[in-house]
Design a protein around this ligand. Sequence first.
Ligand SMILES: Cc1cc2nc3c(=O)[nH]c(=O)nc-3n(C[C@H](O)[C@H](O)[C@H](O)COP(=O)(O)OP(=O)(O)OC[C@H]3O[C@@H](n4cnc5c(N)ncnc54)[C@H](O)[C@@H]3O)c2cc1C
Length: 379
Amino acid sequence: MDFELNETQTLVRDTARQYAERVLRPQAAAFEKAEKIPAEVLAEMAGLGLMGVNLPAARGGAEAGPVSYALAMMEVARGCASTAVTMAVTNMVGEVIEAFGTEAQRAQHVTALASGAYKAGAFALSEPEAGSDPGAMRTTATFEGGRWVLRGAKQWITSGDIAGVFVVWARTGAPGTAGLSAFLVEGGTPGLKVGHHEDKMGLRGSSTVPLSFDECSVPEGALLGSLGGGFKIAMMALDGGRIGIGAQCVGVATAALEEAVAYAKDRQQFGKTIGEFQAVQWMLADAKTELEAARLLVLRAASLKEARRPFSQEASVAKLFASETAWRVVNRAVQVHGGYGYTREFAAERHLRDIRVAQIYEGTSEVQRIVIARNLLRG
Ligand SMILES: Cc1cc2nc3c(=O)[nH]c(=O)nc-3n(C[C@H](O)[C@H](O)[C@H](O)COP(=O)(O)OP(=O)(O)OC[C@H]3O[C@@H](n4cnc5c(N)ncnc54)[C@H](O)[C@@H]3O)c2cc1C
């Protein structure tokens, strides 16, 4: 067991850290207020290799592996959680097209995602009536006159207003998960309509939109993977995605803990800094301990993926633990800040709003427990 980072991992982590410290952390509140991440920030991140950390160099990716990706995600999230989720979905979309796409699909879309020619990628699985249960999906794709025609609606699509390419799941066959297929739909395709931004609790710099597919016609070659193979593609993508969200949680909680420590060293009450009170020390110590455990779980799942070993169970364990840990850590950070923690003067309240969704998206905590228990009982 080796806890040391190699040269590539160190370089990727440091690159992401420097960018996050210089550009993201100072502007995260402004991104939230503007309800968008500036296009130049997304382009700069692509230029640094952050939009395709685990994609081949031949397609413009950093080819740095899943551990580097997790480390980069922790650093970007430490700077700005909204930017981190945009990066997470874009990397996930690039990886899924690289894994399941034809040579033509990879050449067109993976290169555009990694290079920043597309601002972002989008992953369109959820629907108004199908969240935890994708088998209830109602969007259909039918083969008509040599083209696929998509009809239906999607819900909660991250970056759906700026994405250059969408991976869209639709029913091509029987009810349930066996009848699902995945398609690549380019942004701006006629019939793909983008709704208004959701008015969210947090992650307000990241756009989340509903989509509707109104007679949306795409070429035969837009099918990703095999007909009826969509559910497998979604589950494999989400396994990797859960490492990304676990890493996002570690990053946000790291920022919150750093800020709580700084505040505890500065704020005075009863003639002492509050960091001298044991009650505050214990909050910080518990936060640090749980955060380190979350970091190791995320990196373990990433290193299994890097070694091309099964990692589905470990990704769910990491995502469940990291998301619930981050919530506790950030909540303690608010507590350490006292009344000021409840105001926008300090970042703690934004971290709390931003990280709440990590227990919901990429599979809720309940869904992670179902996956983990199913694996245990099957074994
Ligand atoms: C900010 C944000 C961004 C998102 N981005 C994307 C995106 O880019 N692409 C995308 O496809 N989706 C995205 N989502 C959707 C997200 O993945 C879903 O919200 C999530 O999967 C839960 O689905 P749901 O909201 O329909 O909740 P539901 O599935 O209706 O669940 C409601 C509650 O019931 C519980 N529940 C459901 N089934 C069970 C069960 N069998 N056992 C126990 N409890 C259960 C859930 O855990 C939850 O507590 C995003 C969501 C948000 C909020």
